[in-house]
Design a protein around this ligand. Structure first.
Ligand code: HXC
Length: 258
């Protein structure tokens, strides 16, 4: 399918979705967010895809929601139209793992999009921020909640209230990103991680995504119970039998997603 604001390429079981609005540093217009939701849904439906990588350009992952487009809207427009609501819900329903490969600016909605992914791998050029305060608004697709869970209240409050940016080293130290690599190696690193995940049993991968995400939603005892039930349930899969048998037999497992 052709998109106006994205490029999508699938190879070796990995769908790479590249945000592509270079003239606006990949600012998130309603067209871009709608196309992104569609591309993710297509990747979810494609049996060949086992992992998704979401990326931008060297200069920007995404510099936030499209300010020009938003500047025309009233409260009634955004409230009654539930601006970004459906697309975000669709994003969060994707069950395959999504890796954000971030170079350059990931600001406002761009930082929030990255945080909606399952893993963030950053180039050493990455800059994260929630500068919405400078526009008289606040984050709207998870920034006040997900950034706080990722880096703690102190840094989150600092970022949201001052609008300052966090560089890649600070983001890694604070726990926002899992790896930082030289910019030139960003896609290799992300594709390497995606390739590793693609080798696993998709049943186990999906269970892990659900269980870890549960930790962001519920209290500890409910989360632990969810994990234990999932752990027990996986004893029903052929891939669990194969995984343990392969270990005992000192060979690589052959998973079949069963
Ligand atoms: C629309 C944007 C944009 C944005 C950049 N551009 N960010 N257009 N919306 N969010 C456009 C610029 O207008 C400019 O277009 C071109 O991209 C290049 O940007 P420059 O500003 O010239 O580049 P530079 O000087 O390198 O500065 C980069 C920057 C700056 C620091 C990232 O562009 C910036 O501060 N952008 C806005 C960041 C921001 O406030 N984001 C939060 C948005 S609110 P022209 O046509 O002039 O060349 C938000 C709410 C989230 O995200 C709610 C839920 C989604």
């Amino acid at each position: 399918m052709g998109y106006e604001t994205l490029n999508v390429e699938t190879s070796n079981h990995v769908a790479v979705i590249r945000l592509d609005r270079p003239e606006a540093l990949n600012a998130i217009s309603s067209t871009l967010l709608g196309e992104l939701a569609k591309a993710l849904k297509a990747a979810q439906a494609n049996d060949k895809v086992r992992c998704i990588v979401l990326t931008g350009s060297e200069k920007a992952f995404a510099a936030g929601a499209d300010i020009r487009e938003m500047s025309e809207k009233s409260f009634v427009d955004v409230f009654m139209g539930d601006l970004f609501g459906d697309e975000v819900d669709q994003f969060l329903r994707i069950r395959k793992p999504i890796i954000a490969a971030v170079a350059g600016y990931a600001l406002g909605g761009g930082c929030e999009l990255a945080m909606m992914c399952d893993i963030i791998i950053a180039a050493d050029t990455a800059k994260f921020g929630q500068p919405e305060i400078n526009l008289g608004v606040i984050a709207g697709i998870g920034g006040t909640q997900r950034l706080t869970r990722a880096v703690g209240k102190a840094k989150s409050m600092d970022m949201h209230l001052t609008g300052r940016f966090m560089d890649a080293a600070e983001a890694e130290k604070a726990g926002l990103v899992s790896r930082v690599v030289p910019a030139k190696k960003l896609m290799d690193e992300a594709m390497g991680a995606a390739g590793k995940i693609a080798e696993k049993s998709m049943v186990t991968v999906t269970a892990i995504k659900e269980a870890v995400n549960q930790s962001q939603e519920v209290g500890l005892s409910d989360g632990l119970l969810f994990e234990k039930r999932m752990f027990h349930a996986l004893f029903n899969t052929e891939d669990r039998v194969e995984g343990m048998k392969a270990f005992v037999e000192k060979r690589e497992p052959q998973f079949r997603d069963r």
